[in-house]
Write a protein that binds this ligand. Structure first.
Ligand SMILES: *Cc1c(COP(=O)(O)O)cnc(C)c1O
Length: 221
């Protein structure tokens, strides 16, 4: 077990370009396993449940960058506001305002990504392009002092069809490149998971979120 996580981490890192950030997705995994990745040098961890992330933050060394990669309800933002580094799946002005309000209470600025809907599945969250642009241009959002929109995040359809996955990643990548000159704070494109991160990197990913290829399959029972 020990060596497996270390070896997986090393293999994944070796396959990433230098300028691509690796988020080790540790949801459902015990702190003991996260610590193996930490000891092997990993400092960026992603979780999708606020309570679980908060418990792990309390127990683990404090030089970790914690990323919330799951859907966020406004009433839960307060629990992660003291420590969260990047919130990947922001999809409304209401949520941005709540993040700003909670960040202020801790004298912090919290970085966010706008989640763009690229998958054809109904179940996936995210904004369409028009709504994302409306958020970026919103005067209300421009007045928020303690949140920063740093980029875009997307999740491809859960499929083995690599051509479809590539199409979906290309949609968000082109959109990201269109926005960048107008919104210089956008520097992160968070696309790619265990099954599709190599395709995501081909399409310009700057941040990959990888769980099972590092920690092994998850057991939800
Ligand atoms: C679970 C999860 C991942 C990681 O998935 P793997 O297939 O295990 O790499 C990435 N992104 C999000 C949003 C997730 O919920």
């Amino acid at each position: 077990m020990n060596n497996t996580i270390e070896r997986n981490l090393r293999d994944v890192k070796a396959s990433l370009p230098k300028d691509v950030t690796l988020v080790a997705v540790s949801k459902t995994k015990p702190v003991s396993e996260l610590m193996l990745a930490y000891t092997a040098g990993q400092r960026v961890f992603g979780e999708n449940k606020i309570q679980e992330m908060t418990e792990k933050w309390e127990q683990m060394p404090k030089d970790i960058s914690w990323h919330m990669i799951g859907h966020v309800q406004s009433n839960k933002v307060k629990y992660m506001a003291p420590f969260v580094d990047l919130i990947h799946a922001v999809d409304s002005i209401k949520l941005l305002k709540e993040i700003d309000k909670q960040a202020k209470k801790h004298g912090r600025t919290i970085n966010c990504l706008l989640q763009i809907k690229i998958a054809r599945e109904e179940s996936k969250f995210g904004l369409d392009k028009e709504n994302a642009i409306a958020i970026l241009n919103s005067d209300e959002v421009k007045q928020l002092t303690n949140v920063r929109i740093k980029g875009l995040m997307g999740m491809a359809t859960f499929t083995n069809d690599q051509r479809q996955i590539r199409n979906e990643f290309e949609i968000i990548s082109i959109f990201f490149k269109e926005l960048k000159p107008k919104y210089p704070e956008l520097e992160i494109l968070s696309i790619g998971m265990s099954g599709d991160y190599k395709t995501a990197i081909d399409c310009g990913s700057t941040m990959v979120r990888i769980g099972s290829s590092i920690f092994g399959a998850r057991n939800y029972s």
